[in-house]
Ligand binder design. Sequence first.
Ligand SMILES: [Zn+2]
Length: 414
Amino acid sequence: MTQTNLRIDGKRLWDTLMGYAEIGATAKGGVRRLTLTDVDKRGRDKFRTECRALGLTVRVDAIGNMFARRPGRDPSRAPVLFGSHLDSQPSGGKFDGALGVLAGLEVMRSLNDLDVVTEAPLELINWTDEEGSRFGHSLMGSGVWAGVFGLEKAYGLTDTEGVSVATALDGIGYRGPEPASPFKADAYFELHIEQGPILEREARQIGIVTGAQSQVWYDAVTIGQDSHAGTTPPSTRKDALVCAARIIDLVDRMMRARGEDGRGTVGQLLVSPNSRNVVPGEVRFSIEFRHPSDAEVDVLDAEFPPAAQAIADACGIKLELTTLFKIPAQPFDPSCVDLVRQGAARLGYSTREIVSGAGHDAVYVARHVPTAMIFTPCKDGLSHNEAESIEPEEAEAGCQVLFEAVVARANRSL
Ligand SMILES: [Zn+2]
């Protein structure tokens, strides 16, 4: 059986997206639905009610991840999973995360309407705290589930008011009885907006995501000497900011040497004493490199520290460089990626293979379950912004490809 004749309802999907966008709606057309707040609870409650109305069974695990299950014809088969996250940034958009969950809801609704029973069971997931903006740890729910970090550690994280994750979970009634740990699953699919400009620029409807980038992150401190801006001549200056600036330029040059696949960013700079008439004595800054290839990140990680040290030596400045973490690229499962490719091809959508530049729940899930992602374009590549925008037909195309991939996987012969 091919699925090409089965269609999801694009208008219903759009209405659902707009309905959830009212929960935590901001004046500028965005969404503020911080994880484990009363606003998040309203979204979760609505989601649970709507899942139950479809006959799905909803489970909640110890970190608040929600799993809505639709039975398959063969109860012995491992479920096919799909979903994303309903929490948002403090001034976030309507689609980051919500698209993946609500397209999943539309897949479930369409299957009910079309009277389709898949061979394997299906589970739609809402992961807790993908954004990390309240408790400072992104991908928290999927990270705990995947065993990347411990449940107790997550419970102990606090927000700026001192409220812990455990207290917040109890406060909204979403500390569930299920263990937050991997169970046997056949596949995981996540639809997400690209959060970058590539699909829009190349006028492609669907991004076939082949994996996530390799990354290395550092903390750096340049230490010189505070001194009077008016009385310190060049020969005796120890300007920590000039040294930092030359290292920042190095980061940019090392990125650009790798063409369009390279990423190198200094996004945070703390200048001390930060006074206009004092030569800066100390600068703390962040550095990160990303690339689809582990080998390139290995080269960056080998070459950057000594090159930065050489700059500091030439400036007569002390450099302290600490590696925060280094994570390898996460390639997605070829057979799952192929189902996305085939689904998009059957439907006649224009496509492009793409590596995810951002972190996603799928990256952690992929450590345990064969995984693939689907990207849709977003206007001007903008995300984590109230102006985040996509077109109804883009949402529909992404949802239709999700539907095809999920149903094909769930009905595959074993
Ligand atoms: Zn997201």
